[in-house]
Design a protein around this ligand. Sequence first.
Ligand SMILES: [Zn+2]
Length: 256
Amino acid sequence: MTTRIFLATLREYMDVRLTVIGSSPAWPNPGSAQSGYLLEGPGRLLLDCGPGVLGRLRERGRLEIDAVAITHFHLDHWGDLVPWAWLCAYGPEPLPRPEVWLPPGGCGELEAFASRWGNEGMFERAFDLREFRPGAESQVAGFALTALRVPHYGLEAYGFRVRDPDGGTVLAYSGDSGPGAELADLARGADLFLCEATLGEDSEDADPRGHLAAHEALAAADGPILLTHRPIELPAPDGTQVASDGLAVDLVARSG
Ligand SMILES: [Zn+2]
């Protein structure tokens, strides 16, 4: 009985930590990796896995990732699943086989790449592949993850709400998104909104929109926000923080 109480108390005070593994936009900022955000709490969950992320994860030690969740199939958000699969196939030591959660149809998308390269099944051998159901909560690495559609050119793209079922904290992550009501829905009530801000205030975007200027990201937030996916040449708006590789943030419940 004493042990159970002790464990419950300990869990109550464990934080969820977000570590920015890679913060670059669709091209790398100097010395920076592309999209990759590690959540550590009830498990270890990596949000997106762009080029440069795998090397950064390996700098941290053995690859102990329970699950990876991919927002969409632009290369800067998933490309390092490729060398990860090679590492599993040909690396010097056996690796854990994490779950990889993909947009609907994502398993077929990966298999199409694998067969084009003459390596059928390469992703299935490395990863436990799953597809999330938009709007439905999935249990992923101990977190409750909900994928919500966001506007991103003509591509099927999602943002994530990731809730710690014990502590109750919620991280919202935009992935890549243009402005729209969907983005505000994604961010609503989150303890931290990790949001892309790719564009300068005078930048051109396509129609339909695919990315955000900083003021559009800020307009979608109703609480703490951390901007990311931002070219290093663009300034941070006054009073805001822009993510950089290696930045770690402990999530704190807004009500707490
Ligand atoms: Zn994209």
